[in-house]
Design a protein around this ligand. Structure first.
Ligand code: ADP
Ligand code: MG
Length: 234
């Protein structure tokens, strides 16, 4: 098994006025390539903080994060932005689509930033929108789609550039439970086909059932890790 993300002694302290909030307290673990990993815990346990420092969205207070062996916690802004563009994808709870753009244009965006030619952008975007079941909604704007459809666009956008790791923070948090399961099934299927790694935050044990590794977080600590396998080479 190949480690793709290593979290070493990660601590995050927020300062609010004179108060210190320890959101993460010396957390260490590894995620392997192809893992579907859920960070599971109640509200305020530190899940989003952990996801955000792993994805390079928030600065760590102490400790280190390695992705593909690269210490992202030591990268400068520009280098980190390039790294994220090349290797990482994101799915958000509130979809974060651009309202003035169609489904197809929203999905194309990561490829625009990567400066891929128009023809390739269209081919890849249509293909992934087909995979999420939206081949008939290419011209629809976000306001003309249901929440479940908007999140399908969000997933297509996260996966279109074929990132090695996709981070998702409560991606089904705004959806009913039936739609949530459909969305989870789509994410899992795409990731499995391409051997991509998923790191997902949830407070919902039903959602965590889709994962092969579940990291239980409580009060900024790891309580336990389910699905941690012994190294087969030993
Ligand atoms: P979760 O995602 O599990 O609900 P968070 O990671 O958002 O939890 O928050 C963990 C703790 O850190 C909470 O006590 C929260 O209030 C605090 N926290 C999160 N973000 C900030 C911030 N920007 N400033 C101050 N405190 C924060
Ligand atoms: Mg959160």
């Amino acid at each position: 098994m190949e480690a793709i993300i290593e979290v070493k002694n990660a601590t995050k302290i927020y300062r609010v006025g004179t108060e210190k909030i320890v959101a993460l307290d010396n957390v260490s673990f590894t995620i392997n390539k192809g893992d579907f990993c859920c960070l599971l815990g109640s509200s305020g346990s530190g899940k989003s903080t952990l996801l955000n420092i792993m994805a390079g969205i928030e600065k760590i207070t102490s400790g280190d994060i390695f992705i593909k062996g690269k210490k992202i916690t030591k990268m400068g802004e520009h280098q980190l932005a390039k790294f994220r563009q090349k290797y990482l994808g994101f799915v958000f709870q509130s979809y974060n689509l651009i309202n003035s753009l169609t489904a197809l244009e929203n999905v194309e965006l990561p490829l625009v930033f990567k400066e891929e030619p128009k023809k390739i952008r269209l081919k890849k975007s249509k293909e992934i929108l087909g995979k999420v079941g939206l081949e008939k909604r290419l011209k629809h704007k976000p306001s003309q789609m249901s929440g479940g459809q908007q999140q399908r666009v969000g997933i297509a956008r996260a996966f279109v550039a074929n990132p090695e790791v996709v981070f998702a923070d409560e991606p089904t948090g705004n959806l009913d439970s039936k739609t949530a399961k459909e969305i989870m099934g789509i994410i899992k299927q795409i990731a499995e086909e391409r051997n991509q790694t998923i790191v997902m935050v949830t407070h919902d044990i039903e959602i965590a059932k889709f994962a092969n590794k579940v990291i239980h977080i409580h009060d900024g600590h790891i309580e336990r890790i389910e699905g941690e396998q012994l190294n087969e080479e030993n």
